[in-house]
Design a protein around this ligand. Structure first.
Ligand code: HEM
Length: 417
């Protein structure tokens, strides 16, 4: 065992990240108890920050009042079109989400996602065994998700690295570039055009070789054969791109982040490892999603307010959010609201599922919800089974985020054995 591991100093970057993280949670705590629905006019626009569990859910349950903000960037990616992520509660929303659900049935989370992800994870771990080190970000999770979804969707990409880099940039531009930085828009437009061309080629190629694969592309084409509405080539392309951009980058964000929490909590790490070694999937899942609460995907979800609306009406804290406001429903804060998540500062594994909003809430709740609930713990289980699991020494053992967007873990190496 490497004696330096336990004492490896944190880099100034990760110290800063830690400081910001803890300040954010203190800020949310303060707001939940003083100004739970903060409404601030600034430079000609109104901004609202909603921090309590009940109010966050109220906002996310009103998709036609608090509309998603994604349509303009989706239009760039889809060459003028929209997909269900960017829509209100309208007929095409229901049609497209239902269509895609028919091609990716919920039951496949267990029958297909779980075994395939377990196999790919085992291969990645096997490759790392001789070296006794494994990077949980790119080397493990990005590799596994890109390969798995490539096969499941029928769009493996031109290469694992090129495909995941391209999609990660598009995801960052869509979800993390709130200031609409022009320097990010140009590469995004280029990458989007390339992705469209790739998916169009995949559809055309499949039409020449039908019936040999059982994947989402093949199933879409079967619905097209039947004349089902919503399955034109262009609609298949758009929905596949939506799934690709939604699916590839997020487990590689969530998994290194939750291990960053677990690796600093020896007791919970030991317990999670015991659960993994006993193949107690339900218990592994509880450790994983509880750890993720302390370092979730995002502080919150953004919405455009489309009509004056009073949140928490009838309560002392009620505030009217005016039409035109830019709203953040702070899911991270909601998951620490002690009114609904008892002893929220404690790491507990007996919390009901509804304590968590890792995958959003309401109409736009993640399409991949059931896959994620299986996939994330399955990948983590293989890591947790490694003997003497610890941070690798030096900066490699500290979470490093990407430089362009600051939201993507690029490295967190663990050592074992
Ligand atoms: C750990 C992995 C994932 C996380 C943390 C995650 C998180 C989320 C969240 C928070 C939302 C809600 C967005 C909002 O309301 O503004 C969402 C929506 C969505 N996600 Fe995921 N996601 C993950 C994986 C996936 C996967 C694997 C897929 C595809 C198979 C996917 C496809 C989508 C789609 C299409 C939506 C839009 C749903 C709608 O508008 O009805 N996501 N996801």
């Amino acid at each position: 065992m490497d004696a330096r591991v336990a004492t490896a100093p944190k880099s100034s970057g990760s110290k800063l990240l830690d400081a910001l993280k803890s300040k954010m949670d203190w800020g949310f705590l303060l707001l939940r108890n003083t100004l739970p629905i903060l409404v601030v006019p600034w430079k000609g626009r109104t901004y609202a920050l909603v921090t309590r569990y009940d109010d966050v859910q109220e906002v996310l349950q009103r998709p036609n009042v608090f509309n998603v903000t994604y349509a303009p960037k989706i239009a760039v990616i889809m060459d003028g079109d929209n997909i269900f992520l960017g829509m209100k509660d309208e007929p095409n929303y229901t049609r497209d989400r239902t269509n895609m659900r028919m091609t990716a049935p919920r039951g496949e989370a267990l029958s297909r996602v779980k075994p395939e992800v377990a196999r790919l994870t085992a291969e990645a771990v096997q490759r790392a065994l001789p070296g006794g080190r494994l990077d949980l970000a790119m080397e493990l999770t990005q590799d596994v998700t890109t390969r798995f979804f490539g096969a499941y969707f029928g769009t493996p990409g031109r290469s694992v690295t090129q495909f995941s880099d391209q999609v990660r940039w598009l995801f960052g531009w869509m979800f993390a570039d709130i200031a609409n930085d022009p320097a990010k828009a140009a590469p995004a437009a280029r990458l989007a055009a390339d992705l469209r061309a790739y998916v169009e080629e995949a559809i055309a190629a499949r039409k020449q070789a039908r019936g040999q694969q059982d994947d989402i592309l093949e199933r879409c084409l079967r619905f097209q054969d039947m004349g089902t509405e919503g399955f034109s080539d262009r609609e298949i392309r758009n929905n596949l791109i939506g799934l690709i951009v939604g699916a590839l980058p997020q487990a590689p964000m969530v998994i290194p982040q939750l291990f960053d929490i677990l690796l600093d909590r020896p007791q919970q790490l030991r317990e999670a490892q015991a659960a993994a070694r006993a193949d107690d999937d339900a218990a592994v899942s509880r450790y994983v999603f509880e750890a993720s609460r302390f370092f979730p995907l995002t502080p919150g979800l953004f919405r455009n307010c489309e009509e004056d609306y009073r949140v928490a009406a009838g309560n002392w804290r009620a505030r009217t959010i005016p039409k035109g406001a830019f709203v953040m429903a702070a899911t991270r804060s909601a998951m620490f609201d002690g009114r609904r998540v008892p002893r929220s500062w404690q790491f507990r594994t007996d919390r009901p599922d509804y304590s968590y909003m890792h995958f959003g809430y309401g109409m736009h709740e993640c399409f991949g919800l059931y896959m994620n609930r299986v996939m994330v713990p399955e990948i983590c289980k293989a890591v947790l089974k490694l003997p003497n699991l610890r941070r690798a020494p030096g900066p490699e053992g500290r979470l490093r985020m990407d430089e362009e967007f600051g939201i993507f873990p690029m490295n967190l190496t663990v050592a074992f054995g």
